[in-house]
Design a binder for this molecule. Structure first.
Ligand code: C5P
Length: 291
């Protein structure tokens, strides 16, 4: 049995700056890997009569079939690397909330690609993995690279960013999820073809990160999806306020939501706040950024 961690991501900055002809959107985003993770385990048998991928998942709300990104990642890896006559038995132990803006599906896909490439002795280069990752989902290339990245294009043009020490993040989520295509549609309704849209200043976040001062992040953190998602997910808006009231240096929605995260300088405050959120019946996880 071999294992691979699939780390969630948060967006410290996320602006949607244009709509492309293919329907996708141009982004300016700062993505950050966090220690909250799923675990992928795999049992691989070679020289079997037929190639077979089998998938199980600890969360029964997630389809464990060929629609699952982890399954699709395994199939695309084997096809691209020209590997046949193997049985790949995958299990996804889910800890990252679903449809939350935390990149859980993309993280699982990236972890499957890494795991298979490790098993098959790096048959594909990092560039090839990123290329096939991009076919699976816009966030998969970032999940393959990890750390802190400036992400542009549809999220596939990545530049690693140097940052200060890792810090504590509390991720919280009320019930319900957001469909990413639906969130983009809501932004389209708000901004039309983005011709008159004035992008927010992305550079402030990189200056704040370079300075290694988490307090400076509060003036730079931004998520364009908050305008369209928080009004229809009032509990997410309440959780954001709750995080700030309970000592978060800054709080922001992640990705297309509805999860929100707070950055804490005190681990004790983060744990106390997480316990209070769990008492409300919501998801809360205290984790660390992974540089
Ligand atoms: O690439 P992924 O499958 O994660 O994207 C989900 C959906 O989000 C896409 O089908 C598209 O509607 C939207 N999307 C977008 N622009 C991006 C990334 C995603 O419009 N840069």
């Amino acid at each position: 049995m071999i294992y691979e961690n699939a780390n969630a991501k948060i967006n410290l900055f996320l602006d949607v700056v244009g709509r492309r002809e293919d329907g996708y959107h141009d982004l300016k985003s700062c993505m950050q890997t966090v220690s909250l993770s799923d675990t992928i385990s795999a049992e691989i048998t070679e020289d079997v009569p037929e190639t077979e991928i089998l998938l199980t998942c600890s969360d029964k709300n997630l389809a464990a079939d060929e629609k699952n990104l982890a399954y699709r990642a395994a199939a695309l890896y084997l096809e691209t690397a020209g590997i046949t006559n193997v049985r790949v038995k995958l299990h996804v132990e889910k800890r990252i909330p679903l449809s939350a803006g935390l990149g859980g599906g993309s993280a699982d896909a990236a972890a499957v690609l890494r795991l298979l490439n490790r098993y098959f002795k790096n048959r594909l280069s990092h560039e090839e993995l990123s290329r096939i990752g991009g076919k699976l989902g816009a966030d998969v290339p970032f999940c393959l690279t990890g750390g802190t990245c400036r992400c542009e294009g549809v999220g596939d043009i990545l530049t690693p960013v140097t940052t200060g020490p890792d810090y504590t993040v509390l991720i919280a989520k009320a019930d319900g999820g957001v469909s990413t295509p639906e969130a983009f549609r809501l932004l389209d309704d708000l901004h039309g073809d983005f011709a008159h849209y004035t992008p927010h200043d992305a550079e402030k976040i990189y200056k704040a990160l370079a300075g290694g001062n988490v307090h400076a992040l509060s003036h730079a953190a931004y998520n364009a999806f908050e305008d369209v998602i928080l009004p229809i997910h009032p509990e997410a808006a309440k959780l954001k306020t709750f995080l700030l009231d309970r000592g978060a240096v800054t709080a922001l929605m992640s990705g297309s939501g509805p999860s929100v995260f707070g950055i804490f300088v005190s681990d004790v405050r983060a744990e106390v706040c997480a316990a209070a959120i769990r008492k409300m019946g919501f998801f809360a996880a205290v984790c660390r950024t992974v540089g």
